[in-house]
Design a protein around this ligand. Structure first.
Ligand code: ZN
Ligand code: ZN
Length: 114
């Protein structure tokens, strides 16, 4: 499956922006069906209005190896947060065993990183 960069029109400012092949692939892997309606700039502004952190890095301690790491989202209370190394290991395990368990966490990350 290959993707090509697409030019989309921002719903907000009517500017053209590129929806890269990489992003399309990312959407596909996360089973997101809606194409982005806003350019990255408007997305950031919209998130700021909604009170969500834009690209703030949060310092956390990995639940697996106890190393200090930073994540591009604010973890919800009680949810374990992993460093990138452990996260891929955890995800690999979860995908084999129970896909549904991690799904809400994964979609939260997506929502906040857009
Ligand atoms: Zn825009
Ligand atoms: Zn770790």
């Amino acid at each position: 499956m290959s993707f090509l960069d697409k030019t989309l029109t921002c719903r907000e400012c009517k500017d053209l922006f590129i929806w890269t092949a990489g992003e399309q692939q990312f959407y596909k892997t996360r089973a997101l069906i809606n194409i982005p309606a806003r350019c990255p700039k408007c997305r950031t502004e919209r998130k700021a209005k909604l009170g969500l952190p834009s690209s703030a890095m949060t310092e956390v301690v990995c639940a697996q190896c106890s190393q200090a790491t930073t994540v591009p989202f604010v973890p919800r209370n009680g949810n374990p947060v992993y460093c990138s190394t452990c996260l891929s290991a955890v995800r690999a395990t979860v995908e084999v065993t129970a896909v549904t368990n991690l799904a809400p966490v994964a979609s939260l990350e997506v929502a906040q990183s857009l």
